[in-house]
Design a protein around this ligand. Structure first.
Ligand code: PLP
Length: 396
């Protein structure tokens, strides 16, 4: 018989009852170190006092009113995002896919209103991940994910990363803009070179195309800068956020320059839940913490420390761990053996990680993690490697 929940996920046989900081506790009292943060989402860890307070206080006042009314919490959050970014205006929604839908719509709409209704094509990149709705699934472009879900939608193209000649070849009179993750997350933590992003910026400027960044996974402090694009000296025209933005409360957003946002007029887009008082209270609490002086610097330092420790593991256990990649606390550990075996061995050591493509496990702990807690995780990965080595020997 089918399970009550549709079988779309391969779930570990673990149910968590509660959490505290970087720790999660099962119903039967076992403690796990959380290097997954609910897929880079529980940015402040679990049971963060300020986040919990903000949510519970807002819940007691009002949870939802709809966008038929003013929502001061949403205005405040938008103004804060604008103050620290390239953007002039924000639209709130509820997930990453929804944010990217908005990015695609806004890019097309702005081209349309600029007397270029023929410019509808969004150029995406191989190994991207932009979500699972029909449009974002097509933007993701993964054949396996597309199978059985009908014809591909027109107006989306894919090209390889890091080949600027192919980018120039790909653009034509129908091109509207680009959508790219500055760090590809789902497909295995691939940092896009700043030079390539810069070249995309230049091509957009020369051809009146729009540059969209998907920072759903790499944004909101994850890399040690609030936005991942801030590691480069260029800016996008439009950018999506979700995952960590409200510390685990469902929320997404897209931020745009005025030249795009001004075309998203009354009636062009909407979301019933988007930007509700509860989610915005959570988002503002996350901002309160991340924008505290020194918090982002601390992520950079902790991330560098964790990366160095992981690199040492690849030197000690090259037969298990092949390579470390990523930035800040968005790290990937590539397996010399199948990554799911590494993930299982880590789980045996009560360490939670997240699988990605390209035989990588993602190391994406809450942003509040300390160096001591990182070291604890490293010990668990060391024990996991020792165990995997024993198994390797016994097979031989
Ligand atoms: C997770 C993710 C998405 C999709 O977000 P959902 O909230 O699952 O819809 C889109 N883009 C990137 C880069 C992601 O990591």
């Amino acid at each position: 018989m089918i399970s009550a929940l549709m079988p779309t996920y391969n779930r570990a046989n673990l149910a968590f009852d509660h959490g505290n900081g970087v720790w999660l506790f099962t119903v039967d009292g076992r403690r796990f170190l959380d290097f997954g943060a609910g897929i880079a989402t529980s940015s402040l860890g679990h049971n963060h006092p300020l986040l919990c307070k903000a949510i519970s206080e807002q819940a007691k006042k009002v949870i939802h009113v709809s966008n038929l009314y003013q929502i001061p919490q949403a205005i405040k959050l938008a103004e804060r995002l604008i103050a620290i970014s390239f953007a002039d205006s924000v639209f709130f929604c509820n997930s990453g896919a929804e944010a990217n839908e908005g990015v695609i719509k806004a890019i097309r709409r702005a081209q349309y209103k600029n007397n270029h209704p023929e410019r509808t094509d969004i150029i995406c990149f191989n190994h991207a991940f932009h979500g699972r709705t029909i449009a974002t699934l097509n933007a993701t472009g993964n054949q396996k994910y597309l199978e059985g879900f009908g014809p591909k939608i027109p107006g989306i193209k894919h090209i390889p990363i890091h080949d600027i000649d192919l980018v120039k070849e790909a653009i034509n009179q129908n091109t509207a803009g680009f959508l790219i993750e500055p760090i590809q997350g789902e497909s295995g933590i691939t940092v896009i070179s700043p030079d390539f992003l810069k070249a995309l910026r230049q091509i957009c400027d020369e051809n009146d195309l729009f540059l969209g960044f998907d920072e759903v996974q790499c944004g909101v402090g994850r890399t040690g800068k609030f936005f991942a694009y801030q590691w480069t000296d260029i800016e996008p025209d439009i950018l999506s956020l979700a995952k960590g933005i409200a510390g685990g409360v469902p929320m997404g957003a897209f931020l745009a320059k005025e030249k795009i946002a001004k075309h998203m007029t009354f009636g062009t887009h909407g979301s019933t839940f988007g930007g509700n008082p509860l989610a915005c209270a959570a988002g503002n609490a996350v901002m309160d913490i991340i924008l505290k002086p020194g918090f982002l610097k601390n992520i950079r330092e902790t991330g560098l420390y964790l990366k160095e420790q992981l690199q040492q593991l690849t030197e000690i256990y090259p037969d298990v761990y092949a390579e470390v990649r990523g930035k800040g606390l968005l790290l990937g550990l590539k397996g010399a053996i199948p990554a799911n075996e590494i993930q299982n061995a880590a789980l045996e050591q009560n360490l939670l990680t997240v699988l990605a493509g390209n035989n990588v496990i993602r190391i994406i702990p809450p942003l509040i993690i300390t160096k001591e807690e990182c070291l604890d995780g490293i010990h668990r990965l060391r024990n996991a490697a020792e165990q995997l080595r024993k198994n390797l020997k016994s097979v031989q």
